[in-house]
Design a protein around this ligand. Sequence first.
Ligand code: FAQ
Length: 320
Amino acid sequence: MADTKNISLEENFQAKVDNEIKIEPKDWMPEKYRKTLIRQISQHAHSEIIGMLPEGNWITRAPSLRRKLGLIAKVQDEAGHGLYLYSACETLGIERDELFQQLNTGKAKYSSIFNYPTPTWADIGCIGWLVDGAAIMNQVPLCRCSYGPYARAMVRVCKEESFHQRQGFEMLLTLSKGTAEQKAMLQEAVDRWWWPAMMMFGPSDKDSPNTLQSMKWKIKRFTNDELRQKFVDVCVGQAKVLGVTLPDPELKYNEETGHYDHGPIDWDEFWNVVKGNGPCNRQRLKTRNKAYDDGAWVREAAIVHAEKKEQREAAKAQVA
Ligand code: FAQ
């Protein structure tokens, strides 16, 4: 009897997904759907806040007041994205503090891309152009994700990320019109960021254990390889405008497919970074833990404030 009930619940759920009806927090959902969303949304939230670190590193050294203002605003936007995403994740029945613990102890994943260093100002431009560029390619389809709170959060995130992408491109365009030294700095940064940006989309479809089910549930609308291909196709033209060479000798337009073919991705490097052994993994977690510990007084004060407010409101209600 219980089984029949579950089957019909599951069928009803899939029918809603198939008919593009959003799943909301109080709706019935398969446990695996809930777990998949917690995994993906929390990894996404962690990526946003860890993603503040490589750029935050340049706030005090931005080359002009205009650049500093732009960079501060961008880093603040990433914090905001983290907040929307943690909130969306909490609607699935997990506490934010548990998510922070998973991140701080190294148990949770976050995007591989944020474990690379930012030694020059051109790296900041590359994060905007390539990292935000890859992020929006992946995230625009997430605005149509079957889970309502995630889909709605993504609408604003995508608007802001597209602005970041343009901001990064404009920084690089300025460098591309600069001195020979600035042009060389630009090319070196592109050489360093191209392949890690390609890896952001995740493993090839044949090695991606989650894609098939996530597509059926309309969490993902495209596979990792499909999105990576779209990214390559748009970047080629943009690289020409910047006058840079993408560091892939096998990059070539394919008349038959209408897409650019690219060379092989170093998946050993990718998994090594994902497993915690990238150039900056340890540093990122250390900084994140310090920020968390330094913020303890803010969390305590916020709790005490909320308790006092509640008590005041209860006292007022008693009088009335
Ligand atoms: N890094 O089966 P799949 C940003 C893991 S936000 C680390 O293909 P799935 C904004 C994956 O978790 C960037 N791990 O998995 C910004 C899974 O492990 P698990 C983040 C990765 O979920 C810009 C395993 O490999 N964006 O940049 C990565 O179907 C500038 C097998 O993979 C999002 O999170 C990776 N790159 O597809 C901020 C978007 N790729 O969990 C500051 C939402 C894969 O089974 C500055 N997420 N893995 O242990 C997604 O769209 C998906 O989760 C994918 C992965 C596409 C990332």
